[in-house]
Ligand binder design. Structure first.
Ligand code: NDP
Ligand code: 2IT
Length: 452
């Protein structure tokens, strides 16, 4: 039923039409907004404060968007220029927080979707973290360490004016790991002459948290455990497909192995490997070493272990109980979703951000499978980033066990929040649960703080 708003819009469609006409070039951002609005619309209509405060227009508008030139010299002395971005989307519940992505397909629409999702994800963690995201259309593949360093230094030279440990705290994402965080941290420290927790995902010797590299993948699997408990099931013995072979995919795979599941696929943008015997700890160590070089291809696994490499395809055609998309946005479409459920898959948890298309999500919900959307399932990464910030502020270090226990507790609480807001009686709609649960805290904080 369409409830009519007493504010600026006649209906949900009227609001969405306006968003579409304003941001017609930002298709991923529109996709993310449409999904969130679909969940929160009724909640907004039922609150006079939200209506009077025009919370909808305010929450879809970034507080600040910074776009800048990043010039750098390659090893042959040639000058290159990339675009740098930081979207400071919402600071109602804490300093802007979110990763940096270096990938040739980065553009404003992609980063705005990521920053928008981050607002609700960060709220779900229960920590004081606002929403932000940034990055560049720089392609790290095929670059030397020296070129990566020069790019990172140039990128940080401008970014350093806009961030700070109490203002905006970036971290890694696709194409940005410990090495890039190191180069950017070094440059920030040099420019500002201060050693602060301005970035997370640092190496432990210089202020990083134990378990941060593992946190997104581990957290996704902890979220799967919680979802399975609602059906009196557990991870042990389940067959799992995973896409991606980077940070999130590797540590999701590791935790599945530890908990007795059998992961059978990994992928990259060239295709996927299918190992019907299961990816073991030893084989995973090979992948971790291989992927230290960002240009390396997962097809090397197939050669080494004599298994199939399926070129140009995604792993969703493989029979499994659990599917973990851990690569990138819109990597799992409606046909993939149908193939998964027809093959008996009943758990999908998004390690990546928005990996399932709108139609794929609708299919999972129609089939009433356990579907954990990214903003809930992959929140473990940013949660441990928050824990890294706390450690930096107190100049104390927690043990691996302490951080892992905090991570488990946060993932369990996020699951509880999803159930609280998404329980439909015969099934839990985790999409509604995560969107509404994440939204309410941010919206209430915005109302408390006035029209800013
Ligand atoms: P990495 O750079 O470590 O790995 C990315 C992986 O995804 C690689 O295997 C890469 O393959 C693959 N990939 C990237 N782009 C594409 C594409 N267009 N098509 C197919 N495959 C692609 O990144 P992360 O593991 O850190 O990030 C993966 C996902 O998880 C992203 O959606 C990110 O936003 C999300 N995420 C990350 C968090 C973190 O803490 N790192 C936290 C929460 C979410 P190739 O080498 O061929 O490009
Ligand atoms: O998408 C994400 O949550 C991240 N890339 C991690 C963000 C962070 O600040 O740790």
């Amino acid at each position: 039923m369409e409830i009519t708003s007493s504010m600026n819009y006649k209906s949900k469609q009227d609001f969405l039409d306006n968003v579409h006409s304003k941001f017609s070039n930002e298709k991923e951002f529109l996709q993310a907004v449409e999904e969130v609005i679909g969940s929160i619309w009724d909640t907004v209509q039922q609150s006079q404060d939200y209506l009077d405060g025009n919370i909808l227009d305010r929450i879809i508008t970034p507080e600040r968007v910074i776009i800048f030139r990043v010039p750098w010299l390659d090893d042959n002395g040639r000058v290159h220029v990339n675009l740098g971005y930081r979207i400071q989307f919402n600071s109602a519940i804490g300093p802007y927080k979110g990763g940096l992505r270096f990938h040739p397909k980065v553009n404003l629409g992609v980063l705005k979707f990521l920053a928008f999702e981050q607002i609700f994800k960060n709220s779900l963690t229960g920590l004081n973290l606002g929403g932000g995201k940034g990055g560049s259309d720089f392609d790290p593949k095929g670059k030397s360490d020296n070129e990566i360093m020069k790019f990172c230094q140039s990128f940080m030279t401008e970014l350093s004016r806009h961030i700070g440990h109490n203002t905006d705290v970036p971290a890694g994402d696709i194409g940005v790991g410990g090495r890039e965080i190191g180069f950017m941290f070094g440059q920030y420290k040099r420019i500002k002459n201060e050693f602060t927790g301005v970035l997370t995902g640092k190496k432990t010797d210089w202020g990083g948290s134990l378990i941060r590299p593992e946190a997104t993948g581990y957290g996704t699997v902890y979220f799967v455990e919680e979802m399975l408990k609602t059906r009196n099931e557990s991870i042990s013995g389940k067959v799992a497909t995973i896409s991606g072979s980077g940070n999130v995919a590797q540590f999701a795979c590791e935790k599945l192995i530890q908990l007795g599941a059998k992961p059978v696929t990994l992928s990259d943008s060239s295709g996927y490997i299918y190992d019907p015997e299961g990816i073991t700890s030893e084989k995973l160590e090979f992948v971790k070493k291989l992927k230290e070089n960002s240009s390396a291809r997962i097809s090397e696994y197939a050669k080494k272990y004599n298994v199939d490499f399926i070129e140009g395809k995604t792993p969703w055609e493989v029979k499994c109980d659990i599917a973990l998309p851990c690569a990138t946005q819109n990597e799992l479409n409606e046909d993939d979703a149908k193939a998964l459920t027809e093959n008996g898959c009943f758990v999908v948890a998004e390690g990546a951000n928005m990996p399932s298309t709108t139609e794929a999500v609708e299919h999972f919900i129609k089939e009433k499978i356990l579907f954990g959307p990214g903003k809930a399932a992959n929140a473990g990464g940013v949660a441990v980033s928050g824990i890294e910030m706390s450690q930096n502020s107190t100049r104390m270090h927690l043990s691996s066990e302490e951080v892992d226990n905090l991570l488990k507790g946060i993932m369990t609480r996020i699951h509880t929040t999803c159930v609280q807001y998404g329980d439909k009686g015969d099934f839990i709609n985790y999409v509604d649960g995560a969107n509404i649960g994440g939204f309410v805290r941010v919206a209430d904080s915005m109302i408390d703080q006035g029209i800013v």
